[in-house]
Design a protein around this ligand. Structure first.
Ligand code: ADP
Length: 166
């Protein structure tokens, strides 16, 4: 039986920290699904779900990794595709409380799906999608935060958002 894992997130946009978790997790499972979750309750997003998926396609090219979108519950999606695990990245203690709660809720909703935490690479401990958006907003260099293949697209889109707001 093939072991399928889900790596859910906003990926708004995908960062080198995500790429690090994807690369490591892809070696542990037969198939890894990057699940782009669009949470209408989460404010401050910049890229549409389609743009987030497009950016991922431009910088992730691993044979056992595919991308999908989820507008509902991750636990339902995981059960539907027969996944055995949800992979989460932990950057700092601040991630832990929220992730711990989500893991317990998901265990309740989908008892057969385990949540696995991977500790962030120390190089990317500080990195988040919102940091990319903020640094870019103030004109900073984000070239070490996102893969080179998407850098100009990310910068262009964020510049357009800034211009439309000022
Ligand atoms: P963010 O919190 O940056 O907006 P997401 O919602 O896309 O990111 O996060 C999806 C998953 O990836 C979460 O489990 C999050 O903890 C993890 N993650 C995000 N950035 C990193 C990073 N730099 N290193 C390791 N894991 C990360």
């Amino acid at each position: 039986m093939s072991r399928i894992a889900i790596y859910p997130g906003s990926f708004d946009p995908i960062t080198n920290g995500h790429i690090d978790i994807i690369t490591r997790a892809s070696k542990m499972f037969d198939e890894l699904i990057l699940l782009v979750c669009f949470n209408p309750l989460k404010r401050g997003g910049s890229f549409t779900p389609e743009e987030r998926i497009d950016l991922i396609h431009r910088c992730v090219d691993l044979p056992n990794v595919r991308v999908d979108r989820c507008d509902g519950l991750v636990a339902d999606y995981a059960s539907q595709v027969g996944a055995c695990a949800l992979v989460k990245g932990l950057r700092a203690v601040s991630d832990f409380e929220d992730e711990f709660q989500q893991a317990l809720i998901n265990k309740h909703l989908a008892p057969d799906v385990e949540t696995l935490f991977m500790v962030a690479n120390s190089e990317y401990m500080y990195l988040s999608s919102s940091a990319v958006r903020q640094v870019s907003f103030f004109g900073g260099d984000v070239s070490t935060f996102v893969p080179e293949s998407i850098l100009s697209l990310v910068e262009k889109k964020l510049k357009r958002i800034i211009e439309s707001q000022t």
